[in-house]
Design a protein around this ligand. Sequence first.
Ligand code: NAP
Length: 436
Amino acid sequence: MEKLTIALLGGGVVGSEVARALLTQSDTLAARVGARLELSGVLVRDASRPRDGIPQELLGTDPEAVVAGADIVVELMGGIEPARTRILTALSSGASVVTANKALLAQHFPELITAADDAGVRIEYEAAVAGAIPIVRPLSVSLAGDRIQRVMGIVNGTTNYILDQMSKEGWDFDTALATAQELGFAEADPTADIEGHDAAAKAAIIASLAFQVPVSLDDVHVEGITGVSADMIRTAADQGFTIKLLAICERVTGPDGGESVSARVYPALVQDDHPLASVSGAFNAVFVEADSAGSLMFYGQGAGGAPTSSAVLGDIVSVARRKVLGGRGQMPQQVRESGSILPIARVTTRYQLTLEVFDRPGVLLRVAEVVATEGVSIELVQQTRLEDAAADGTPRAKLVIATHSALESSLAATVDSLAALEVVESVKSVLRIEGA
Ligand code: NAP
């Protein structure tokens, strides 16, 4: 039987799972591929540290020696450099590449795809978006004959766990984060997760794939979940909503018929009966809307060594099969050279505003006038008397306003005008309503 050699760059959480699977499931994999997959080496920083189930002689710290002669290079080291250079070198030497590196793909997607196409080889990256969930292949292959309109994903398990705990236990953000860290759902430095950067990297990849337009991390509008309070979650629940950190990638057709792409990440209100609302704990889910297929939902584990290794091994089998069959076996992966990215100010969506107001006669009228002046139309208002009166004894009330679809820029102007009203004590929150 033909033999294909595999070099692993990285033997950490994901890499060590992949290495063990290659070593222990070699007969099964050989039967699937039609060739034996031989692990030739694992690049690590510290080769003296034993790794469970990986023979010490396979570990190495010299990248050239580890990848020499490899048919497939699997990059699981993470970060931008030296991962980018190692991948480009592997591609130009004729090796196909499998990577799970969302941060790298979000910044260098066109460069990497072009390098693979120029070399006549493949780069596969199923594990880079939502771990074990097959989403890259459905977007790029299964739905290639359809027209995708929108993809909305819960693509960061840490933030979903935190928001879910806040909702179920009534905790504030800090308590939920500390618990997530204790249980290993959040890293010691949680910045990339809670500020939305990890989800934004995945949004950039999803948008590039779904709309064949190069979308980089800088094109994605990002807001994290640090501003979400227990009170916002309670108010959302009272109105029949759940707050989720969503990565939203959307095809937008302008009044002139021109198309652009919006990619954005923020905490949003999702109606309780929407499939994404029931995604709990650290799970991920991606909701796709396409012209012919309609709505599709992909759900599963978005991280972890074993789940992520499932996606990596699927890619390894896929590129190995193509090598056995001969050539790249598929059309080039190239995306268009450029596309129009919609700035956040031009995005249209629905909103929920929560205000604390002085409960004087005419307050609703004043608020409604200001909202109308900015061209935003109100769908629903709910007023609730607050227990505490103002210092001068004026009663206070909470106003929850849901709007019809409005431009982000109009909404921002509305919020500024509302905040300046003498009857408005404070604007407690502004949240987008998505998926309705
Ligand atoms: P990890 O546990 O930190 O492992 C990284 C590995 O790469 C380690 O073995 C490390 O060596 C090695 N490495 C890093 N920099 C190196 C360098 N300059 N030279 C040589 N070796 C180097 O990372 P991971 O969690 O497995 O993640 C790997 C990739 O998968 C990342 O791109 C990540 O975003 C992606 N991913 C991870 C998950 C997940 O759940 N963990 C999910 C989806 C995608 P040492 O062991 O000697 O330190």
